[in-house]
Unconditional design. Structure first.
Length: 201
């Protein structure tokens, strides 16, 4: 006997959601696992992502497009889905979109926009955003250079000394900025003051 099932996205989402809850997993994990075995399930993932309550699916779909994971790589699609996830309060999407603005992938490069997005995530207590924003303040990209702001952002961060050391390394190697041994030494001395072992060498 042949069973005919009428395609129904809402019903499918309902069952995927139940399966995710039963296994103690996020809906995005269940959908992405399905996608490993059935490339046609991208339609399901997009359909779920269109619903505001599935912010983690929106974020993962954006990552798929950014990385070209089992879909054609598209920064434009990634930006679209990150923005959708941000509308639904995704801190991870704020950081990922900020990185795209820093690099100019899928958007016009804008350190100012990156700084705004990092700042929004940093204000919500996200340490990755604080570190990335601190780097922009150290380099004076998109914001006015400010050592005080760098220290404020890294205050209480467990790897604060390491971040200060890495900022020094950026100046030492001339990555993203003009090479400056003097500036590198200033940041390394600060790292040592804050307890970084090894930065004095």
């Amino acid at each position: 006997m042949k069973v005919i099932v009428v395609k129904n996205y809402d019903e499918a989402i309902n069952w995927y959601t139940k399966a995710a809850k039963q296994k103690g997993r996020k809906l995005s994990e269940v959908l992405l696992n399905c996608y490993k075995y059935d490339s046609n399930s991208i339609d399901w993932i997009i359909k779920v992502a269109e619903k505001d309550e599935y912010v983690e699916v929106q974020y993962h779909l954006a990552r798929m497009y950014e990385q070209g994971y089992r879909v054609e790589k598209s920064y434009e699609e990634a930006v679209k889905w990150y923005k959708k996830a941000i509308e639904n309060n995704s801190i991870e999407a704020l950081i990922s979109l900020a990185l795209l603005y820093e690099r100019g992938n899928g958007v016009n490069q804008s350190y100012e926009e990156a700084a705004k997005l990092y700042s929004s995530a940093a204000n919500l207590g996200n340490y990755e955003a604080k570190c990335n924003l601190a780097k922009l303040y150290a380099l004076g990209k998109g914001v006015e250079r400010s050592k005080d702001e760098v220290l404020r952002l890294l205050d209480g961060y467990v790897d604060r000394e390491k971040e200060l050391y890495l900022i020094g390394l950026i100046f030492y190697e001339g990555v993203e900025v003009e090479k400056s041994y003097e500036e590198a030494i200033n940041w390394w001395n600060l790292a040592v003051e804050k307890g970084c072992i090894g930065a004095e060498y």
